[in-house]
Structure formats: C-alpha cells, structure tokens
Ligand binder design. Structure first.
Ligand code: DHB
Length: 315
C-alpha cells in the first residue's frame, strides 16, 4: 500500500515524540508526518537517568539508552484520535514490544497494538523491530521472529505497514535473509537505520561514562552514523529494485544539512527522517531542511525529489 508524505521529511520515532504536547508540536510543524515514540503494551518509565547525552564532543552525534519510556498504547490510541480530528497530516504509530506484566509474547503485543492503533485512526504503522536498549536481542536480528511479527500484523491491518531496522553493518547474510523475508509481505516502507547499538562515550574530566544504564552502552545517532545510514539505504534500495519490489526506503541517520538529505535521496531514500537533528534544533529543522533541498534541486535542474531517488552513480 502506498503512503504519500509531503514534504518527504518527518521526525524519526523517539526524540520528543512521547507526550501529547510533543506530538501536537510535531503536528503543527512543517514535518510531512508525525511519527510517535515507539509504544509498548504497558506504559514504561524507561531506564534510570542520565540516559541521554544530547550532544557528544565535536557534534558527532547523540547517545541514548532510554529504555522505551512511553505512555502505553491505550494513551496513544486516544492521542491519535484527537490529532486526527485537528490536523490533516499522516499520523504514524511506531510500535515496539518489551517484557510486560501481562506476559503476552512479542508477536501478540505487536498484533494487539497494531489493531488498536488502526482503529484509532493512525494512517500507518511503523514496526520498530530494532530497539537497541532492551536486554533481549532485537527481533530484527532473528529472521524467524521478523517473519512471525510481519505475518501477524499484515494479516490483521489494512493501513500501510513500515518496518524500522537496525544497521546490519558487516553481516551480509543476515541482511539478505531479512530483505528476502520483507518481500514475502505487503510492506510499505523500510526505515533504516535505527541507532547504531553498543556505543560508548567517556567524560575525561570525571572519568565516567556519559550515560548510566546498560553499563554506559547505548545507541548512537547523528552525524557520526551518516555513512552507515547511506550504505544501509543504498543496499536495501538496490535489493528491492533487483527484485522489483514496491517497498520504499526511508532514510534515517545523520542528516543535519540539506546536502546530507540529498545524499540520502541519491542513495535511494524517498522519505527522510530526523532524530538527533530534531533534538538539537526542534521543529524549525523541517522547514530549513526542506528549503535547502528545494534550493539544491532547483540549482541542479531537478523538478522533484523523485527524479533524484536512487540515482547515485558508480565511480
Ligand atoms: C529506544 C532507543 C532507540 O534508539 C530506539 O530506536 C528505540 C528505543 C529506547 O531506548 O527507548
């Protein structure tokens, strides 16, 4: 199913997309859609603080181990119904699973949340299969589990379903296995990448780690991950093209300037998302980036982003 996002720039799930107020601010911004923080079956307080270092030295990015703090899916169903009445832009519900007192297995959690959010008026679902900060291995690293979740959710809902994936880095076999599984289902888009997992920073003044949870290890976002994101976008784009699959690639990772956005489009992204940049700059980032992208298109003889998507040349 197609999902049309204009301008083709949205927030990435996570940063400042947890509360009703934060989601309302996104709805009022120039973002092409509103993507919620990944919601779980039960509300979660998340990991102990400090759990986010917004800005690493030399502006290379941000580091977090939030632990999926969120209001629980019942609240997001209500918030989405409310936003749906007031704003016209697409509302995308990001869904994750996490251990919960109800002891539902992860597949049941995805299925139940997906059904409820479709009913609430969400325009699309983004299945986060790649949260780096829980104790469990992310679902995206286990092909059979990916298949089970996608089967359970796509069977149940009619609205477009996207999938948020981690960087597969130097695991080409796993990449290929996951990409092939995506072809088995009607998937609207793949959003890549989630934060680079298992990263660490140290404050030399205090000689401590910069965040507390998970022994200081967390997910890295921002400029440092741009080349990783471009590579993942490009290999998914090429894979889908080779298999004539109508799955869009949404580029996430390291976008700060309009040139970064253009690189994502050239690599194969048809929509881009901003995470760390949204933390740093707030809603003003959407209009600034979009103006810069349009200026670049005009200066280089393009009429639209679509003309650019996936057209990077080999050297
Ligand atoms: C969390 C962090 C992420 O980078 C992510 O993709 C999903 C969840 C978190 O810890 O809340």
């Amino acid at each position: 199913m197609r999902l049309s996002i204009y301008p083709p720039i949205t927030n990435a799930s996570g940063p400042n997309s947890v509360t009703r107020e934060e989601l309302e601010r996104l709805a009022q911004s120039a973002s092409g859609a509103v993507v919620t923080k990944s919601m779980t079956h039960c509300p979660r307080a998340g990991n102990p603080e400090p759990r986010l270092r917004e800005r690493l030295p030399n502006n290379i990015g941000s580091l977090n181990s939030m632990g999926l703090p969120n209001l629980g899916y019942h609240q997001y169903a209500q918030i989405i119904s409310h936003l749906k009445e007031r704003y016209r832009k697409p509302l995308i519900a990001s869904i994750a699973s996490a251990p919960c007192p109800h002891r539902l297995d992860p597949i049941e959690q995805y299925r139940e949340i997906a059904t409820a959010l479709e009913e609430s008026g969400a325009d699309a679902l983004e299945l986060n299969l790649s949260c780096p900060n829980l104790e469990e291995v992310p679902i995206a690293m286990d092909p059979q589990s990916v298949r089970h979740v996608l089967k359970a959710v796509t069977r149940e809902v009619k609205i477009p379903v996207g999938v948020k994936l981690p960087p597969y880095n130097n695991t080409p076999k796993l990449f290929e296995e996951i990409a092939r599984i995506l072809l088995e289902f009607e998937i609207a888009y793949v959003a890549t990448i989630n934060s680079e997992p298992l990263t660490l920073d140290i404050d030399v003044k205090t000689r401590t780690k910069v965040i507390r949870p998970n022994d200081g290890f967390g997910g890295l976002g921002g400029p440092a991950v741009l080349p990783i994101a471009l590579a993942e976008v490009h290999r998914f784009y090429r894979f889908f093209q080779k298999h004539r699959a109508r799955i869009a690639v949404w580029g996430v990772g390291g976008i700060v300037t309009a040139e970064d956005a253009i690189k994502h489009f050239l690599a194969g992204a048809s929509v881009i998302q901003i995470g760390t940049l949204y933390l740093w700059e707030g809603p003003a980032a959407f209009a600034r980036l979009w103006a810069g992208v349009q200026e670049w298109l005009h200066a280089n003889g393009y009429n639209s982003v679509e003309e650019l998507v996936g057209t990077v040349k080999d050297l």
